[in-house]
Design a protein around this ligand. Structure first.
Ligand SMILES: CC(C)(COP(=O)(O)OP(=O)(O)OC[C@H]1O[C@@H](n2cnc3c(N)ncnc32)[C@H](O)[C@@H]1OP(=O)(O)O)[C@@H](O)C(=O)NCCC(=O)NCCS
Length: 281
């Protein structure tokens, strides 16, 4: 029997928390329950308990720390949204602050969560747009002077440094993420000039769809056709993998990236995620 109040969730709670997550309709579950269960021991999670039963649940994705992101929020009903969720958001913020992380981030399309997040001090920091393209043709080849090769573990510090230069803090990947990407994603290529890593592209394949997970060029080497080259190489990889379409997402205000993707035939699907970030008191 769980005691009433807010408590940390561990993998030992999985047997009882998973049915709660399965049956509650106030949920952000954009990703699969299997993924939630897999991370129940290694990512921080909390639940609010009343009468020995879970009322609300929150799992924080810490893979990209110091960026910490709300992975899943589930509430039993509207009462739990109003009364229990604020406690869990406070627990997540407290955790992030103690770890020296950034204030937690939410990225998704669960409209019901906007108000509770806003009441907890989260601000809307932008939207992410989804793009898709049928087929794998590449209308341009880009800069042929750069060497494109597979990334290995020795490149990871260079990729972390590149992300720090190319992205605002909330979008940066850390070494743990790149180590995970090396063994879990289908392809990670680096673009090199004179032995220096100047860009990378990260791709995956899911159910015959190519996923362009990330494309980044160091600011010192942008506007030289290297982004075009890596995108063309990614399309070639997808063609060899036999995918029928390719999907990606990017920030709404990232006009340069969107121009590049549109040149390659990607079109906005209409789908978008909103991004909100907490703030320290
Ligand atoms: C978006 C991004 C990947 C583009 O990479 P890039 O290497 O600059 O891309 P390219 O050089 O192939 O094309 C970019 C522009 O340079 C122009 N360009 C290409 N070669 C050029 C050259 N030799 N001289 C002058 N301009 C050139 C292109 O026409 C294009 O112009 P446009 O922006 O007006 O449409 C890069 O800006 C980047 O990494 N940004 C930060 C991270 C990011 O936002 N990633 C994508 C979202 S996940």
């Amino acid at each position: 029997m769980w005691q009433d109040g807010v408590r940390a969730v561990t993998s030992a709670d999985a047997g009882r928390i998973m049915p709660f997550l399965r049956r509650s309709s106030w949920t952000t579950l954009e990703s699969s329950l299997v993924e939630v269960e897999r991370h129940l021991g290694d990512w921080p999670a909390w639940m609010a308990v009343q009468g020995g039963e879970p009322e609300a649940f929150l799992l924080l994705d810490v893979l990209r720390a110091p960026v910490v992101q709300i992975h899943t929020v589930t509430c039993r009903d509207k009462r739990a949204v109003d009364h229990d969720l604020p406690e869990l958001l406070r627990a997540a913020s407290f955790y992030a602050k103690q770890c020296g992380a950034l204030p937690p981030l939410y990225m998704g399309d669960s409209a019901w969560l906007r108000q509770p997040l806003a009441r907890a001090g989260y601000r809307h920091v932008g939207d992410v747009l989804f793009y898709e393209k049928e087929g794998t043709d590449a209308p341009a080849t880009g800069n042929q002077a750069v060497e494109v090769r597979l990334v290995d573990a020795a490149d990871i510090p260079a990729l972390v440094a590149l992300d720090s230069a190319a992205f605002a803090p909330i979008w940066r990947n850390n070494a743990a993420f790149f180590r995970h990407a090396l063994c879990s994603f289908a392809m990670l290529y680096a673009a090199c000039l004179g032995g220096i890593v100047v860009g990378y592209v990260l791709c995956d394949v899911r159910q015959e769809q190519g996923q362009l997970a990330r494309l980044a060029i160091h600011p010192d080497w942008q506007r030289q056709g290297i982004g075009t080259r890596l995108l063309a190489e990614a399309m070639r990889f997808f063609a060899e993998a036999g995918v029928s379409s390719v999907a990606l997402n990017t920030q709404e205000d990232n006009h340069r990236a969107q121009r590049l993707y549109r040149r390659f035939g990607f079109q906005h699907t209409g789908e978008r995620f909103f991004v909100m970030q907490g703030a320290w008191d």
